[in-house]
Design a protein around this ligand. Structure first.
Ligand SMILES: Cc1ncc(C[n+]2csc(CCOP(=O)(O)OP(=O)(O)O)c2C)c(N)n1
Ligand SMILES: [Mg+2]
Length: 1020
């Protein structure tokens, strides 16, 4: 491969020189033989005849160690003793001597074998298992100049030409393949030939890093078959047919759209027959549904030939297509380029089964789709009750540049064995075209193989020469078998090349002139295979021509049909999403209050612990307090509000899943969703016991790996599978969410618009200025608001019966200040006919704040209860001033609008300063902006100075988002200009917060005091 292209011959020479200097063949051989003469069969002839039928003794069963320098003397003594009395030595040695003596009678060549030779041969076999892949012919371009490890040189072990026809026995206890006890004695030549075939052919196997004998043996059995595996004529015809489809597809696109970018598969056309074989084999082994994630390279080919998206649709999209029009609505979003689109179809398999395939839409950001695919797969497993995870499988196709380069690959791999994230193994295929855009592997990674990162996870890796379609098919088949057998990840690395530039209009010779000189004259995989089959006589020229013309005529028919192609209904409406509304189909707002008796019942369930359970003392107190809250209906805190939301959704039949770092206890030690018995260590999760015989996964709360990108991506994928689930990801501190920025930018905020896929994922981001420094204060609210697409200057229809504002907006951003409102905003996610992501700036100090409490009556749906307003009980987008103000309050001199925990500080300061002429309103939902409610408050206080107060610096927080919208609301009421929006908050700053606690306190006190100061506030 390319990374060793330079300088390797020098390295090789050096290695050879070292070997010849340090180990003379002749001397070594002579010494060995001389030392072990006593094993010559002649010595034991008479005894051998009288000995019982010999059986091989695996070296591993020999109980004594004979690996040191004194072995030969020791052995001689042992042998002499054994000759005198076979019972005087250990049984294993008895067997050993009998074995050699016995075999010698029928097999004269073995007579010269010594234990040391046996050991050395064993090491040589082992070396092939470990390093054989280094000698495998993997590079179709033959440009690789990898030094072959000297471990693969028989001379290193003392073998010479003269030994080639001697017979050896190398059986080892409980090892399969070459070293198996059942293998017959073979000549060194035969052993070496087969080792070369098995390990140094067109597939390089890397598996010896797996510390599991059973798994290695399984692989050895498959790799070290006595004779190489061969496909019969029928299979070869299928493979040929598939390779022709793959090749013709690209040729066809290239001729019809000469100047279009398609990121073709040329140079790795064998991927298609490989994938198809993998899917067929998987279906035979019980897989019913496959979720696929892949980037640009070959995506159209996979869509057309593997997933079976109608070719006419692909061609129509390629021609620029018509923007799809939904049967029942007009929402078409912004769309995306053709090589990012996803789809799903049912595909028949070679074995006569059907398999459901979905290719997940993805952004340009390489590998970002990986955790999404895995999460979606896991959700499919949950919903199809696939407890052993054999029916639903994820497949990820990677590039050789992106696989080692993008950290999310590793983050995703690391989810693979976690109980709440595993999917029973993902199959990874790397389209290793030995270049990334213009970057050579030597500049793109530090590891030998692009797949080395997967070795950390004990994943077998099959490197395969992409020019050898049968080898690719074989590796893919083996990967499918591995996954269904061991339920862990596996990697197929197809070493290939890229016939053209990064895309079809790129010139690759600018940067890889030598490589492309070779590529220009290199036969395609199809040409190579056709030649091979014709030479074998298994397939005739007519057969080949027949397939070629069949494929071409179908492609032409589809091309013609593409001209009249009318996109059908959205595929996202299928399956579980049937009946869900698209953004412009009005979905009525529903109440989210719950019957008081249900609240009481679930409240009891989530606060009661099993009798014998012994929680930590402090936790016990917390649960006693919680029980009291439910009993009295007063003082419900944040954690109980959240648990009530989960519990009520569960009893309504929804699946609830919360994951993130330390979410079980909660970063701030407030949730205690999982309790630990202090004596036994047993765990108890009250929300698992809300209903009788509750499915244990129906409520899932799970600490995650320390990954934001991977885990958020996973939960996003999970949430997209079924709308009847509340899926939440919580960041440890909101600040760390930026580690998952790609998921926010490319998926969560824009996925619906680009790909027409909805998700109701909830993201909890602890946010608030408590003096914990720059990295534990801000969840970067401003970024989420900046990505929000509600119009700052146009007030949409706000009539409750006609309002689609929230449906038309890309997501919701809230900063909620009461447990009851939190309860309702979570429930609202499910109690509506569409799904929208919800970003929650979640509290830290409000978790225990004495005033941040709600009464149970604010959760119920009883008319007249505190939470109940004109429409019933539901989430309050704005909480009006808590003083009993009438509809018109002319005496109020200032209206402070704010959001989040600063409200409580403002309220306290107002009380302290007796600011009765100040009203404070909380904008609980920042996006989409609650124009109607803000205007209601503006009208209520016609003479008030309007202030936006925030604790974040001016260039952060909600200010830049709020100002234009507030102005639009005011302007519509004839209420002043931008100048009239007063700002109270921190000054602009580079860091989110000060690192000095005293400075924090001073800043916080000042801003709170300023907000309620008697004098008017100057304009910003
Ligand atoms: C995260 C990310 N960084 C950079 C790019 C720009 N880019 C697009 S393709 C590409 C090269 C990818 O190389 P490789 O993974 O080997 O795939 P190939 O195109 O060779 O199939 C790059 C750098 C991107 N799409 N995503
Ligand atoms: Mg590449």
């Amino acid at each position: 491969m390319a990374w060793f292209r330079a300088g390797s011959s020098v390295a090789k020479l050096a290695i050879r020189r070292t070997i010849s200097q340090s180990s003379s063949y002749v001397t070594r051989t002579k010494v060995t033989r001389a030392q072990n003469q006593q094993f010559h069969t002649t010595v034991f002839k008479s005894k051998a005849q009288s000995a019982p039928v010999p059986r091989p003794v695996p070296l591993s069963r020999l109980t004594d160690s004979f690996l040191d320098g004194t072995s030969s003397v020791y052995l001689e003594e042992l042998q002499r003793a054994w000759e005198k009395d076979p019972n005087s030595v250990d049984e294993s040695w008895d067997n050993f001597f009998r074995n050699f003596v016995g075999q010698a009678t029928t097999s004269p060549g073995i007579s010269g074998q010594t234990i040391q030779e046996s050991m050395r041969l064993l090491l040589l076999v082992r070396a092939y298992q470990v390093y054989g892949h280094m000698k495998a012919k993997l590079d179709p371009l033959d440009l690789e100049q990898r030094p072959i490890p000297d471990d693969l040189d028989p001379a290193l072990y003392g073998f010479t030409e003269a030994d080639l026809d001697r017979e050896f026995f190398i059986g080892v206890w409980r090892i399969s393949g070459f070293l198996s006890e059942n293998r017959p004695v073979q000549t060194l030549r035969a052993i070496l030939t087969r080792l070369e075939q098995a390990y140094c052919g067109r597939i390089g196997y890397e598996y010896m890093h797996i510390a599991d004998r059973e798994k290695c043996n399984w692989l050895r059995d498959k790799i070290e078959t006595p004779t190489p595996t061969q496909y019969n004529r029928q299979r070869r015809e299928v493979i040929l047919d598939r390779l022709i489809w793959s090749t013709q597809f690209e040729n066809f696109l290239a001729t019809k759209w000469t100047a279009a970018k398609r990121f073709g598969l040329e140079g790795c056309e064998t991927l298609i027959p490989g994938m198809k074989e993998m899917f067929d084999r998987s279906a035979d082994l019980g897989v019913e549904s496959i979720v696929i994630g892949m980037s640009h390279r070959g995506r159209l080919n996979v869509l057309g030939n593997v997933v079976r998206k109608p070719l006419r649709q692909i061609f129509s999209e390629f021609s620029g297509g018509t923007k799809p029009v939904d049967e029942v609505g007009l929402y078409t979003g912004t769309g995306d380029v053709k090589y990012h689109l996803g789809t799903s179809y049912d595909r028949p398999t070679r074995g006569g089964k059907r398999i459901h395939l979905s290719l997940v839409a993805n952004p340009s950001h390489l590998e970002a789709v990986d955790p999404v695919v895995v999460g979606k797969t896991r959700a499919k497993q949950y919903y199809s009750n696939d407890v052993d995870r054999t029916k639903n499988m994820g497949i990820l196709i990677h590039g050789d540049g992106s696989f080692p380069g993008q950290g999310v690959v590793y983050e995703t791999l690391h989810l693979s064995a976690l109980p709440n994230y595993t999917t029973g193994g993902t199959i990874h295929i790397v389209v290793n075209n030995q270049v990334a855009f213009t970057t050579d592997p030597r500049s793109g990674r530090s590891s030998q193989y692009c797949t080395d990162v997967a070795k950390a996870l004990s994943t077998p890796i099959f490197h395969v020469n992409g020019d050898d379609v049968e080898a690719v098919v074989h590796a893919c088949e083996l990967a499918a078998e591995w996954r269904q057998t061991f339920h862990t990840d596996v990697v197929v690395d197809i070493v290939c090349y890229r016939r053209f530039g990064h895309n079809e209009i790129d010139e690759p010779s600018f940067t890889q002139p030598k490589m492309y000189k070779v590529i220009r004259n290199h036969l395609s995989a199809l040409e190579i295979y056709q030649k091979k089959l014709l030479e074998s006589g298994q397939v005739s020229k007519e057969d080949v021509d027949k397939i070629n013309s069949k494929v071409l005529s179908i492609l032409n028919e589809e091309f013609l049909a593409s001209k009249d192609y009318v996109p059908q209904r959205r595929d996202w409406l299928s399956a579980y999403w049937m009946g869900f509304k698209s953004p412009e189909q009005l979905s009525r707002i529903r109440n989210t209050g719950v019957k008081p008796e249900i609240l009481k019942n679930v409240g009891k369930a989530i606060t009661t612990l099993p009798e014998n359970f012994k929680p930590h003392r402090a936790v016990k107190r917390i649960f006693d307090d919680r029980a009291k809250m439910i009993e009295t209906g007063e003082g419900i805190d944040w954690a109980v509000g959240e648990a009530l939301a989960f519990a009520t959704l569960l009893v309504e039949g929804n699946h609830v899943r919360l994951s993130g770092q330390d979410v079980e206890r909660g970063t701030f030690s407030h949730r205690h969703a999982v309790l630990h018995d202090q004596e036994t260590g047993d765990q108890y999760c009250p929300l698992d016991h809300v209903m009788m015989n509750q499915n244990e996964e129906m409520f899932t709360v799970s600490n995650s790996s320390l990954s934001e990108f991977g885990v958020l991506g996973f939960e996003l994928g999970y949430s997209m599978e079924n709308p009847n689930s509340l899926v939440l990801w919580e960041a440890q501190f909101g600040d760390f969410a930026n580690g998952a920025q790609v998921i926010f930018d490319q998926f969560l905020s824009s996925g619906e618009s680009k790909w027409l896929r909805q998700t109701g994922l909830v993201v909890l981001l602890p946010h608030g200025y408590d003096g914990q420094g720059p990295e534990h204060s801000s969840a970067r609210l401003e970024r989420f608001l900046q990505m929000s697409d509600d119009h700052p200057y146009i007030i949409p229809e706000m009539d409750p019966t006609l309002r689609t504002q929230i449906q038309e907006c890309n997501w919701q951003v809230v900063n909620v200040t009461t447990p009851a409102n939190y309860f309702h905003v979570l429930r609202r996610q499910i109690h509506r006919e569409f799904r929208k992501p919800l970003i929650v700036m979640s509290p830290k100090n409000l978790l225990r704040h004495k005033d941040c409490k709600s009464n149970l009556s604010e959760f119920d749906d009883v008319q007249g209860h505190p939470g109940f307003d004109k429409q019933g009980t539901r989430f309050k987008r704005l909480i009006k001033d808590q003083n009993d103000h009438s509809d018109l309050e002319e005496g109020i001199r200032r209206l402070i609008l704010c959001s989040g925990k600063v409200y409580y500080e403002l309220d306290e300061e107002r009380k302290k300063t007796n600011g009765k002429d100040i009203a404070i309103c909380r904008v609980e939902q920042l996006c989409p902006f609650p124009y109607n409610l803000v205007q209601r408050e503006l009208k209520r206080y016609p003479n008030a100075e309007v202030v936006w107060c925030q604790e974040e610096p001016m260039n952060m927080g909600a200010y830049s988002y709020i100002a234009p919208r507030l102005h639009t609301a005011m302007k519509a009421l004839g209420r002043g200009t931008m100048e009239d929006i007063k700002y109270v908050g921190r000054a602009p700053s580079a860091a989110t917060a000060t690192g000095f606690y005293q400075v924090h306190v001073k800043e916080q006190t000042e801003l709170v005091q300023k907000a309620v100061q008697p004098d008017p506030i100057e304009s910003p």
